[in-house]
Design a protein around this ligand. Structure first.
Ligand code: HEC
Ligand code: HEC
Length: 285
């Protein structure tokens, strides 16, 4: 879509009021706790070859203060949820009388690297699983406990814990083999225009990143930073909740969190960030 057409679409719908200026993503280096340097801007992975010259974390599109909050665990509001999840990790629940720790031991050891490769193929189940699906599979099958709500605080906090122990490791989701079909389906969704505004994810996050839209600096819509603590709603937000919000902004009917469509979209969007560091829990406005 032509940039002018995008502006017309948005202006026509009175979605933006103040022009549509451009601003370069901020050049900066993300070092967490003065210790771990993250890759937040790097060469485009195979999944976006020809479509994007390079891939950039959403962190570079946020203001100075928001960026600083993410650089220190004491200032990152997402870390409170990580602490809560550490308690949940050790809590026995369900009829099997087990906690996550009963089988997985220390999360810092056993979960290191896990976030970086999800969504991934589960051979036994014969399906592509998001991390949320895997956590719930462990709860229902291994613990005989109730599943957690897909985008609820307990689930998102558990994901923040699992992500936090992989911070700095490169996203590396597979796109071929048994996941190829799902990946293709996700790609198709990414480029499909939806809603009254007839906008695809790509129209905003590929063709127009850098543009100011409703006082928001439009990023590439990467998911390496999830779960994301948003200053706007003061809670941790999951990938599918964000997808839902973005689809709704195009005035389209949206898919539900955990639906096969969003699982496919997540796999595809994750692969667009292959090579960026795991950042979650990150801070955004
Ligand atoms: C009764 C033992 C058991 C319990 C309790 C359990 N799990 Fe699991 N979990 C497993 C097994 C077995 C696997 C599969 C191992 C594998 O193939 O990687 C697994 C896999 C996982 C994975 C994927 C790891 C990977 O490398 O892909 C995650 C994430 C996970 N569990 C999280 C949890 C969480 C969170 C809890 C608590 C809510 C939990 N598990 C409770 C046995 C358990
Ligand atoms: C009308 C333009 C528009 C469309 C279409 C759109 N988004 Fe967004 N999206 C935004 C804006 C604005 C933000 C907030 C600023 C930012 O992070 O880019 C955002 C944020 C995001 C983020 C958060 C990035 C971060 O680092 O926190 C993700 C992920 C995302 N979008 C994915 C998608 C996906 C997937 C689609 C297609 C289903 C989509 N978006 C469609 C405008 C759009």
């Amino acid at each position: 879509m032509k940039k002018t057409a995008l502006i017309t679409a948005l202006l026509g719908a009175s979605a933006i009021t103040a022009g549509a200026a451009w601003a370069e993503p901020v050049e900066d280096t993300l070092i967490i706790n003065e210790e771990t340097e993250l890759t937040t801007w790097t060469d485009a992975p195979a999944a976006v070859e020809g479509a994007l010259p390079e891939v950039i974390s959403g962190w570079h599109f946020r203001g100075t203060e928001t960026r600083a909050m993410q650089a220190d665990d004491f200032d990152n509001p997402g870390m409170i949820f990580v602490e809560q999840a550490m308690d949940a990790w050790d809590t026995v629940e369900g009829e099997a009388g087990k906690s996550c720790a009963s089988c997985h031991g220390d999360a810092g050891e056993s979960m290191k690297g896990v976030r970086a490769v999800y969504p991934k193929w589960n051979e036994d189940a014969g399906e592509v699983r998001t991390l949320e699906m895997q956590v719930n599979a462990c709860r229902t099958e291994n613990m005989k406990a109730e599943p957690l709500k897909y985008t609820g605080t307990e689930m998102t906090s558990m994901l923040a814990l699992i992500s936090s122990v992989s911070r700095g490791m490169p996203i590396n989701v597979a796109t071929d083999g048994p996941v190829a079909e799902t990946w293709e389906a996700g790609k198709e969704l990414y480029y499909t225009r939806t809603g009254q505004l007839e906008l695809s994810c790509a129209n905003c996050h590929e063709d127009n990143y850098g543009r100011m839209i409703r006082a928001d600096h439009l990023s590439q819509g990467q998911i390496n930073g999830f779960p994301v603590y948003r200053l706007k709603n003061t809670k941790l937000n999951s990938v599918h909740a964000r997808f839902k919000g973005c689809v709704r902004d195009t005035r389209a009917e949206t898919f539900s969190p955990g639906s096969p469509e969003f699982v496919a979209l997540e796999l595809y969007v994750a692969s667009r960030g292959n090579g960026l560091s795991v950042e979650g829990p990150s801070v955004r406005n």
